[in-house]
Design a protein around this ligand. Structure first.
Ligand code: AMP
Length: 201
């Protein structure tokens, strides 16, 4: 199991006995294969509010840990929080994972989207309810802007459910656009963004 640190007192860790098949990849000519690249650190945000959110986060973490060229180094606590979007939705459970990977940001995003798909995520309205949502928050201190991927995640600095778990596991994680650490960004949140979070584990 590729979970390196953290996890003490975290119920998801003891349930990570499932192994998931990983897809084989082919590399286009002219690109370095992931195994030839240096590993980098990235942070992934996880959230769910349909079904059994804690179970789904646990499963998504297991799938992430089982993906080729991805090691889950650390996982934050799970935080319950009220939904942003349309009224009447169940509350979300959110967490953040620190990973070490040789994948490019686009490849890592593909892994995240494949996990969402494998777990039966249905495309619904923006901000709507979801079985599982995986976002690439930070990647190796890089700034990326493309049609399918923006890093750092453009909304992360506004969200308590991202910054609180991120600052918990990586207070010094660097936001390369805002030039602030996760702990500094967390301290800048409006108090309500922190007060509405309920730590589960
Ligand atoms: P979501 O609703 O969170 O699943 O995101 C919808 C789309 O946002 C995805 O299909 C991605 O192509 C795009 N996207 C852009 N930047 C990011 C990012 N940093 N993390 C996750 N998705 C992203």
């Amino acid at each position: 199991m590729k979970i390196i640190e953290g996890g003490r007192g975290k119920p998801w860790l003891s349930r990570l006995s499932l192994r998931f098949p990983t897809s084989s990849r082919t590399m286009p000519l002219g690109f370095a294969a992931p195994t030839e690249r240096k590993p980098v650190i990235a942070y992934v945000g996880l959230g769910a509010n349909l079904g059994e959110p804690e179970k789904q986060l646990t499963e998504a973490l297991a799938r992430l840990a089982a993906a080729e060229e991805v090691e889950v180094l650390k996982v934050s606590g799970f935080y319950r929080n009220p939904p942003l979007g349309p009224p009447g939705q169940p509350w979300f459970v959110n967490a953040v994972a620190k990973v070490r990977t040789r994948l490019s940001p686009e490849e890592l995003l593909r892994v995240l989207k494949n996990i969402e798909q494998a777990m039966g995520r249905v495309t619904r309205e923006r901000w709507g309810p979801r079985e599982i949502d995986l976002d690439l928050l930070l990647y190796n201190g890089e700034v990326l802007s493309g049609p399918d991927l923006t890093v750092p995640h453009p909304e992360m600095q506004h969200r308590g459910f991202v910054l609180v778990p991120l600052a918990e596991i990586a207070p010094l994680a660097w936001h390369p656009v805002l030039k602030k650490t996760a702990a500094e960004l967390e301290a800048m949140l409006p108090p309500r963004e922190r007060e509405c979070l309920e730590k589960l584990t």
